[in-house]
Write a protein that binds this ligand. Structure first.
Ligand SMILES: Cc1cc2nc3c(=O)[nH]c(=O)nc-3n(C[C@H](O)[C@H](O)[C@H](O)COP(=O)(O)OP(=O)(O)OC[C@H]3O[C@@H](n4cnc5c(N)ncnc54)[C@H](O)[C@@H]3O)c2cc1C
Length: 456
């Protein structure tokens, strides 16, 4: 019985209003299955409107031992945004999407306030409505129309501009979050420096809904980039593509984004009608601050590693589409749910990772599509057509390669439920015990997203 009893449902209705407690399965269904379609659980869906309602819901749930999974845009890729399948405990799926208010950009503090449910795209739009401030938000990713600020903080999202502006944690100047007790923690000053005690916003960032519910975020804004140039560069292989990136950086360019794609992924995307333009073993997408001529000249100077290149002025959506269509195309073209791993290795070892995973896939009769953020060593490994019984073995083999290369088993998507069994590959026993102690201190009744990160 994953739906709380009638008395609790009545209390939830009293807090958020009848229409925002969803118990009918057809209405609740979109919230209860994740983006990958692989994870789904059962729960009553509760849609609070503001921080006070979130606090009341959490206090009620903790008091009655009802488990809570916070959810933003439901674009997470590791099964953290839905309750676990076949769980008999009473469960609330807490959708934060109604907390979508965005303030005006603050020119002197260089920041903007956003509700947890505001989408990334809406924050980008809000910063550009005051162009005279010359500011923008530095994080971007392909799920921008659905991914929310709260979910992005909770997963410490990286994205395509991480190489220039850092991860989501680095953008958080202030945070408001509700603890499982219903108490509200508020750190809300546009300060660049503030070392009073533990950095709670930094701890809640990346906690995947296991410690607190993020309700509002004060986001750092960065100087707007007015002129960029984008190139798709063909190279013989991934290592040659990496050398092109290093050469462009050595010529003194500021790199906004550096993404790698292999022939398998580019061919797959081409099959859906996207104009890919480059035919090479590896395709590097580069975006730099500057003009088309500067980037073209640098690529000419980069030498024999550049086999072919198409250059355009930013935003160059046609060139970006080749990269950004990967995730959805992969989801559509696998005969079974793709095994999705999001790993990082030292930047000089990215080519080894990709070729070793390709060899493994060849031996195992599955397709590997690998792409990602070569500028920070983060590769999204997708194994397609893996038979249901072989999924864990396939994932373990890839993670084994990552560990041998000294990498991380989760670079940006988090651990969620999908990788919880593998956490020991990324952290040692003392480290895991310290994290569990933090979880126990802030959430002693294990209200928040049980099973995520630690499993069980
Ligand atoms: C096409 C595509 C491209 C993507 N590209 C990238 C990328 O480049 N980089 C990257 O890092 N990720 C990427 N992702 C993954 C995903 O978009 C991010 O993880 C994003 O941060 C999730 O935001 P969300 O609002 O959808 O969160 P959800 O999926 O709803 O939730 C994710 C996790 O955060 C928790 N959570 C959500 N909201 C809150 C809250 N308010 N308070 C506390 N916990 C909360 C949930 O419980 C869950 O554990 C991509 C996904 C897709 C589908």
């Amino acid at each position: 019985m994953a739906v709380p009893n009638a008395q609790i449902v009545r209390a939830l209705r009293a807090i958020v209003g009848d229409t925002h407690v969803l118990t009918e399965s057809d209405v609740a269904a979109p919230y209860l299955t994740d983006w990958t379609g692989e994870w789904h659980g059962d729960a009553v869906v509760v849609r609070p409107a503001d921080t006070a309602e979130v606090a009341a819901v959490l206090g009620l749930c903790t008091a009655h031992d009802v488990k809570v999974t916070p959810q933003g845009g439901n674009t997470g890729l590791v099964g953290g945004s839905t309750p676990p399948p076949n769980d008999s405990r009473p469960w609330v799926l807490l959708s934060l999407r109604r907390l979508d208010t965005i303030g005006m950009p603050d020119g002197s503090g260089q920041c903007i306030a956003a509700g947890a449910g505001a989408t990334l795209a809406a924050v980008h739009t809000a910063t550009t409505t005051s162009p005279e401030l010359g500011l923008m938000f530095g994080v971007d990713l392909a799920a921008r129309d659905s991914a929310t600020i709260g979910g992005m903080v909770a997963t410490n999202a990286g994205g395509i501009r991480m190489i220039r502006y850092g991860d989501m944690r680095s953008q958080v100047l202030g945070l408001e979050a509700v603890l499982p007790s219903g108490d509200v923690v508020t750190r809300w000053r546009p300060l660049r420096k503030d070392n009073v005690g533990y950095h709670l916003p930094g701890l809640i960032a990346g906690s995947e809904g296991t410690l607190a519910v993020v309700t509002r975020v004060l986001l750092r804004l960065v100087q707007r980039t007015y002129r960029t140039a984008v190139a798709l560069v063909g190279a013989a292989d991934v290592d040659a593509a990496r050398r092109v990136l290093v050469a462009v950086q050595r010529f003194g360019h500021t790199v906004e984004a550096a993404e790698i794609m292999t022939r398998t992924g580019v061919d797959l995307v081409a099959g859906t009608g996207v104009r890919t333009q480059i035919d090479a073993g590896a395709t590097l997408l580069l975006e730099i601050v500057g003009g088309v001529e500067e980037l073209s000249e640098s690529l000419a100077r980069a030498g024999d590693d550049v086999l072919d290149a198409v250059v355009d002025a930013g935003p160059a959506s046609d060139l970006w589409r080749v990269r950004e269509s990967h995730t959805e195309t992969i989801a559509r073209s696998s005969t079974t749910a793709p095994v999705k791993l999001d790993v990082s290795v030292p930047m000089g070892d990215v080519h080894q990772l990709i070729s070793r995973v390709d060899e493994f896939a060849g031996r195992s009769g599955v397709r590997a599509v690998q792409f990602g953020h070569i500028g920070d060593g983060n590769i999204h490994v997708n194994l397609l057509d893996v038979p249901a019984g072989n999924r864990q073995t396939a994932a373990d083999c890839v993670l084994g390669i990552v560990v041998e290369l000294g990498g991380s088993i989760s670079a940006e998507h988090g651990i969620g439920r999908a990788k919880a069994a593998s956490i020991g590959l990324g952290r040692d026993a003392v480290d895991i015990a310290a994290m569990r102690a933090i979880k126990g201190a802030l959430d002693p009744r294990d209200t928040m997203n049980p099973g995520v990160i630690f499993g069980g």
